[in-house]
Design a protein around this ligand. Structure first.
Ligand code: FRU
Length: 469
């Protein structure tokens, strides 16, 4: 079954009319099928261009197409189009993740063509395509055929960047000894040559690294990537797969990255494979709100026929040798009426919330050492517990009935004042702790449509609580 452009467009329009209580209002998602990684993020012809992995024909991780929307304000989006189909021999089993760049005033994308042969052998091709005015992509050629010697066919997710007048490409790869790595290529006279495997200090960090991105802040490089195969620890690596970054300097001549530690970008349950674009000095990240191989944790498949969302755009800032994340200022335009309340010298407080809200919670700890705030949806609840003795935050989803549950724990030192900005959509929540120091993306699926309540409890009286929403 292959839909024509018209059939497809009719289905998108019809799908967008369906009001399902779990459909998010300001998180990007598709009316049907499965989406995952954001792809080809760029700014072109006055608009942010957002491509993403999309299987429009079902909620399985197969038949990966690229979808596309554009926006100038992150509030209004164009109608989703199918930008690219896996219809060539070199991408027949998926147009996998890739990036976009502008050259000669044209927008190009480089992506991975995924192939499974009759004997189920995997093959990977890094391919070039060009964007047309309507958001569709025309495939041009294969840039890199298969993987270099010494690696498996897990070679994907190209990210093109420029240094001086040279063009480079970074991609995730797996060694024949099953270790995750990055490789660097350079273009010379239209040909892509391998500079080498990027030497790092991360020699035992999982069996595959996906979706690398490189950012440049003043004199530092930041490489963001998604390693697979890290063991969960008390305060980190608690999802099946991770996403984080390291700060340092990439020597593009020698393919050496001198860097600091690997730091996770998000501590929620549902965050993976983000991509970053740069425009007018801002670095904006969109991530996939989902997790590979955890499909059973997302009830929208059976009850709705769509899966996953993208995060809101987050601006990345490098400060104190750390990446801070802020919701893009554009989202302030979503605010409608504001209510604010203050509770002094108390240890319990509650408030009814609108079904979607931006919430700013600030609690001056005072004597309190443990603060729990919970979103109640009838009898179900999503709980956050800050522990000032342990200097940690716990997100507890075990009080929800449907979808993934469990606990996530990470280090957080609120230094006397807990500050959280929460973007609560209908099933997607993103939290920014301590002015962007930490972030958490969480999907939650209240069984019954009901008015949420926010309730805060502490072990002792706090000095002051303020809540704006
Ligand atoms: C990450 C990923 C990428 C791949 C794509 C396929 O979620 O596995 O490595 O290109 O998804 O959809």
């Amino acid at each position: 079954m292959v839909w024509t452009k018209e059939e497809f467009s009719a289905k998108v329009r019809a799908g967008q009319q369906i009001k399902h209580p779990w459909k998010n209002a300001f998180h990007l998602e598709m009316p049907f099928g499965l989406i995952n990684d954001p792809n080809g993020l760029s700014f072109y012809q006055g608009k942010y261009q957002i491509f993403y992995q999309w299987n429009p024909y079902g909620c399985e991780h197969k038949q990966k197409h690229w979808g596309h929307v554009a926006t100038s304000d992150f509030i209004h989006y164009t109608e989703p189009v199918l930008a690219m189909k896996p219809d060539c021999w070199f991408d027949k089993d998926g147009c996998y993740t890739g990036c976009a760049f502008t050259e000669n005033e044209e927008l190009h994308v480089v992506y991975t063509g995924n192939v499974r042969t009759e004997t189920m052998e995997r093959q990977s091709y890094q391919c070039l395509a060009k964007a047309e005015a309507d958001g569709t992509l025309s495939k041009e050629k294969i840039l890199i055929e298969r993987q270099p010697a010494g690696y498996t066919a897990h070679f994907r997710d190209p990210y093109v960047f420029f240094r001086g007048n040279k063009k480079y490409l970074l991609a995730g790869i797996q060694t024949e000894n099953l270790a995750g790595r990055l490789v660097l290529y350079r273009e010379t006279a239209g040909k892509w040559e391998l500079v080498g495997e990027i030497a790092t200090d991360f020699n035992a960090m999982g069996y595959m690294w996906e979706c690398p991105n490189i950012l440049h802040f003043r004199d530092e490089d930041v490489i963001v990537f998604s390693p697979q195969g890290l063991k969960a620890e008390r305060y980190q690596y608690q999802n099946l797969y991770q996403t984080g970054y390291a700060i340092g300097t990439l020597d593009t001549e020698k393919a050496v990255f001198s860097h600091g530690k690997f730091t996770e970008l998000d501590h929620g349950f549902d965050f993976y494979a983000p991509q970053v674009m740069e425009h007018e000095g801002r670095k904006l990240l969109l991530g996939w709100m989902g997790m590979p191989e955890r499909d059973a944790e997302y009830p929208t498949r059976e009850n709705g026929g769509w899966m996953f969302s993208l995060t809101i755009p987050r601006e990345l800032v490098l400060k104190n040798h750390k990446i801070y994340q802020y919701p893009a200022v554009e989202l302030e335009k979503l605010r409608q009426k504001e209510q604010s309340s203050v509770a002094k010298g108390a240890h319990s407080w509650e408030q009814v919330l609108p079904r979607q809200a931006e919430i700013e919670l600030r609690i001056c700890l005072g004597k309190a050492k443990k603060i729990a705030y919970a979103f109640y949806f009838g009898a179900e609840r999503l709980v956050f517990i800050y522990d000032d003795t342990e200097k940690s935050m716990v997100i507890n989803r075990t009080g929800m009935k449907l979808g993934g549950r469990g606990i996530r724990r990470f280090k957080l030192d609120c230094k006397g004042e807990l500050h959280v900005r929460i973007f609560m959509d209908r099933t997607a929540m993103e939290c920014f702790f301590q002015q962007g120091e930490e972030a958490a993306a969480i999907l939650y699926f209240p069984e019954k449509e009901c008015v949420p309540e926010l309730s805060v409890q502490a072990d002792e009286d706090w000095n002051q609580l303020t809540c704006k929403c």
